[in-house]
Design a protein around this ligand. Structure first.
Ligand code: HAM
Length: 423
């Protein structure tokens, strides 16, 4: 039997309803904050990710799906969305439009990761980027949109970790500080970290090996080395968050796994997720577009891991998304079967979700099926109903039954009270 590749998933109903519901909230929330959708290709030139995400990151170093196409060009399945947005901004000359641009995206990303709960090789991100604004207000607005999204889903226990990564000018000083702090314990670091110490010491702070994390806990924080400009920037972001009542904690160890960040960086952690607790990550990337050969255009953004989000979705939101009452129309007898599709179409045009019993199940078998699949409303259409222009409607949740004129069903369906909670 053929099997899907490791680290990929089939998204089946009814779970797909949760994804749709989450995506609807994302579109509505981010749209309400003035953003519009962007869709960029799922594969890009490999060079784009090497130059943006950074050569010494784990993503580029060992997690990319890279392949030559038939003409020998090196392509990569996108491991994240920001690089593609920056490339699209340049290529489509979006700088000629009024700045800033607020762009959101929803789609699959690919990383060759070691298998673990909450870590997939194809996963979906919901991202938002604000390109063309360098103010602390831009960071705060972005975080406000993100927070509003989580609030609308009903999350109450998420924690925003925030840090200042300083400006690129501060970086060499910080790298020296890390090297100096870690040099005496070099041998205790993992082989990767010994290499990182030479190539890009900041990456040591991002190592997933527990013993390295213990060692890295002692190095100085970036914020101690950073210049005034970045410290003031992040302080203003924090002041806005306080004003908005958005809770956060300052995490002086937070560095993020991608190279393009400066100043504000943040992650959202769910206490329910265990080791892969990070639901969302982001930050400011004012040099990214310039590094790709464009003008100095600032940006700030985040991406939410949709797979992880759905795993910890608040129960009330999930229940509402799953409870989609469909009318199950069961025609009994040949004459009713002839009429069923016509009737269903009329109800559908009136806004009802209708599922017709098209396999010819008997009423008894149909009721059994309704019970098994959690169907709530069964509409029975037999000879008597046909003669009287009515339909017999059974509400399995309320254990009630009524006869309705055919045209009254849509009104009945819209007025349906919520099902009582199951014991
Ligand atoms: P990231 O932290 O690499 O940032 O990924 C963002 C989120 O995607 C993570 O917090 C996590 O929830 C989810 N994620 C990452 N890898 C996996 C995986 N293998 N399986 C499941 N979920 C995963 C970025 O990608 C940046 N582009 C975010 C950003 C946007 N920064 C600025 N703008």
């Amino acid at each position: 039997m053929m099997q899907r590749p490791r680290g990929t998933r089939d998204l089946l109903p009814p779970e797909s309803r949760l994804w749709q519901a989450v995506e609807t909230v994302a579109r509505e929330t981010f749209g309400a904050f003035g953003s519009e959708e962007i869709r960029t290709p799922v594969f890009e030139p490999t060079e784009l990710f090497v130059r943006s995400v950074g050569e010494t990151t784990d993503i580029v170093h060992k997690e990319m799906y890279t392949f030559p196409d038939r003409k020998g060009r090196s392509l990569t399945l996108r491991p994240e969305g920001t690089a593609g947005v920056a490339r699209a901004w340049l290529e489509n000359r979006l700088g000629e439009r009024t700045q800033p641009l607020r762009l959101y995206y929803i789609g699959p990303m690919f990383r060759y990761e070691r298998m673990q709960r909450g870590r997939y090789r194809q996963f979906s991100q919901i991202g938002l980027e604000i390109v063309g604004a360098d103010t602390p207000l831009a960071d705060a607005e972005l975080l406000a949109a993100m927070h509003e999204f989580f609030v609308r889903l009903g999350f109450a226990d998420l924690v925003i970790h925030l840090n200042n990564l300083g400006d690129p000018e501060d970086r060499p000083r910080y790298q020296d500080a890390i090297r100096a702090a870690l040099a005496p314990r070099r041998e205790a670091l993992c082989a990767d970290c010994q290499r990182r110490l030479d190539e890009n010491p900041l990456r040591v702070l991002d190592c997933k090996v527990p013993s390295c994390q213990v060692i890295a806990a002692d190095v100085p924080a970036m914020d101690d080395v950073a210049g005034d400009a970045s410290r003031q920037h992040v302080a203003r972001v924090e002041a806005q968050l306080e004003r908005l009542g958005i809770p956060f904690v300052r995490n002086r160890r937070l560095v993020r796994g991608l190279d393009y960040y400066l100043r504000t960086v943040f992650e959202v952690v769910s206490p329910q997720l265990g080791t892969n607790a990070v639901l969302c990550g982001g930050g400011r990337y004012d040099r990214l577009i310039a590094d790709l050969g464009g003008p100095a255009v600032p940006g700030v953004g985040f991406a939410i891991g949709e797979d992880r989000l759905v795993e910890v979705l608040p129960a009330a939101f999930a229940a509402a998304a799953l409870a989609r009452p469909t009318v199950y129309l069961v025609p009994i007898g040949a004459a009713a079967q002839e009429r069923a599709l016509e009737l269903a179409r009329a109800w559908v045009r009136d806004g009802v979700a209708v599922e017709v019993e098209i396999t010819g199940r008997s009423l008894k078998a149909a009721l059994k099926r309704a019970d098994r699949d959690g169907v709530r409303i069964v509409a029975m259409l037999g000879d008597d109903e046909l003669a009287g222009g009515t339909v017999t409607v059974r509400d399995l949740a309320l254990a009630s039954q009524t006869a309705l004129p055919l045209a009254a069903l849509p009104g009945f369906w819209r007025a349906l009270p919520p099902a009582p909670a199951k014991p």
